[in-house]
Design a protein around this ligand. Structure first.
Ligand SMILES: Nc1nc2c(c(=O)[nH]1)N[C@H]1C(S)=C(S)[C@@H](COP(=O)(O)O)O[C@H]1N2
Ligand SMILES: [Mo]
Length: 323
C-alpha cells in the first residue's frame, strides 16, 4: 500500500526541484550509456539522498524595491553551473559532489570585536528578520552572469544583534572546513589547490549596506548544497567570489582580513572586487559578460548596475588601485 501510494506522487513533488532536474538529466543520459551500470546508479540515485537534501518551502515576501525585473536565469543553470571549489573546479561538479552534503545541524559562530558574541544555530538565525525574496544580478569574475531570486534578509540584522565594538572595522567570513565531506579540501587539483577554508571579508560599512544579503534560499526553497546551503552571502555589486558559501564563522576584526582569491593571486583579485567594466582582469576583459541562457554578450555595468545605491561607499577611493 505504502509503496503504491508513493509511486503515485510525481518525484517533482517529493524532492527539491534542483535534484529532480539533476535526476531527469541523469535519467535522460541513462538511455544512451551502458544499461546495466546506468540502472544500478539510477536506483541508488532515486533512493539514497532523499532525507538529507529535502528542501523546505520558505515563507517570504518579495522585496520589489530591491529586485530587478530582468528575466530570471533557469533553476537548472543556477544549480548546474556552479563555482564551489570545495566540491570540484568544474562547473557541473558541485551539483553531483555536494548532493549528500550535511547542512543540519549547522551552527555559525559570530565572534571577535563585538559585545554579543554567540554561536548560533542556523535555524535561529533564520528567525531574526522576515525573509524576503530579492531578485539580484550576479556577476562572476569569469565574465558570466545570472539573475537569481534569492531568499534572505540584510546581513545588518545579524550584525546589529552582535553589537560590534567601535574598533571593529571589517567583517571576516569563513566556510566550513570538512575534507571528509568536501573532496576539494583534500588537496590537489580537484579543489584548485586553494588554501582552505575559503575565507572572505567586507568593510563593516559594506556589510551593513541593505543590499548585502544573508541568504538561506532561492527559487522559493532552501538553498541547494551546491549554491551554498544552509547559509551564504550574496553581495550583488561585487564579483561572485565575494559571496561566500556555507558559512560557519563571522568575525568582527580591526584589520582588513585576508581573502581566499587575494591570497591565491593578489595581482588578479583585490579585496574590494567591485564589479568594474573599466578595470580588466590581467588575463581577460571585464567590459562585457554572457548572461547564462543568452547567446549575445552584454555590457557589464559599473557596480553591476547597483551604483546608485553603493557608489557613495567608495567616495574618495581610487578604484583602479583598490580593485
Ligand atoms: N566557499 C566558497 N564560496 C564560494 C565559492 C567557492 O568556491 N567556495 N565560489 C564563489 C564564486 S567564484 C561564485 S561566482 C559564487 C557562485 O555562486 P553560485 O554557484 O550559487 O552561482 O560563489 C562564490 N562563493
Ligand atoms: Mo565567480
Amino acid at each position: 500500500m505504502l509503496i503504491k501510494k508513493n509511486t503515485e506522487i510525481p518525484s517533482s513533488e517529493i524532492t527539491p526541484k534542483w535534484l529532480y532536474l539533476n535526476r531527469r538529466k541523469f535519467l535522460a543520459g541513462a538511455g544512451t550509456i551502458g544499461v546495466g551500470l546506468a540502472a544500478g546508479k539510477a536506483f541508488f540515485d532515486l533512493t539514497a539522498p532523499e532525507q538529507q537534501v529535502f528542501a523546505a518551502k520558505l515563507n517570504y515576501s518579495r522585496n520589489s524595491q530591491l529586485s530587478t525585473n530582468e528575466p530570471q536565469t533557469s533553476l537548472k543553470d543556477v544549480t548546474h553551473y556552479n563555482n564551489f571549489y570545495e566540491f570540484g573546479t568544474e562547473k557541473e561538479e558541485p551539483a553531483e559532489q555536494a548532493k549528500n552534503f550535511k547542512t543540519r545541524p549547522w551552527s555559525v559562530s559570530v565572534e571577535g570585536l563585538c559585545n554579543k558574541p554567540h554561536k548560533w544555530d542556523v535555524d535561529e538565525i533564520v528567525k531574526l528578520a522576515p525573509l524576503e525574496e530579492r531578485v539580484y544580478r550576479h556577476r562572476c569574475v569569469e565574465a558570466w552572469s545570472i539573475v537569481v531570486p534569492w531568499i534572505g534578509f540584510s546581513l545588518s540584522n545579524l550584525i546589529k544583534q552582535a553589537d560590534p565594538q567601535p574598533k571593529a572595522k571589517y567583517v571576516a567570513f569563513e566556510t566550513l572546513y570538512d575534507p571528509k565531506q568536501m573532496p576539494g579540501q583534500r588537496g590537489g587539483v580537484f579543489g584548485g589547490g586553494l588554501d582552505w577554508p575559503y575565507v572572505e571579508g567586507l568593510r563593516l560599512d559594506e556589510a551593513m549596506h541593505p543590499l548585502a544579503l544573508l541568504c538561506f534560499g532561492m527559487y522559493g526553497e532552501d538553498l541547494p548544497p551546491q549554491d551554498g546551503a544552509p547559509i551564504r552571502m550574496v553581495i550583488p555589486w561585487k564579483y561572485g567570489f565575494k559571496s561566500i558559501k556555507s558559512i560557519v564563522k563571522i568575525s568582527f576584526v580591526e584589520k582588513q582580513p585576508s581573502t581566499t582569491w587575494n591570497k591565491e593571486a593578489p595581482n588578479e583579485y583585490g579585496f574590494y572586487s567591485n564589479v568594474n567594466p573599466t578595470v580588466d582582469h590581467p588575463r581577460w576583459s571585464q567590459a562585457t559578460e554572457r548572461r547564462l541562457g543568452d547567446f549575445f554578450r552584454r555590457k557589464t555595468l559599473m557596480f553591476n548596475g547597483y551604483g546608485d545605491q553603493v557608489a557613495s561607499l567608495y567616495n574618495g577611493l581610487d578604484l583602479r588601485k583598490n580593485f
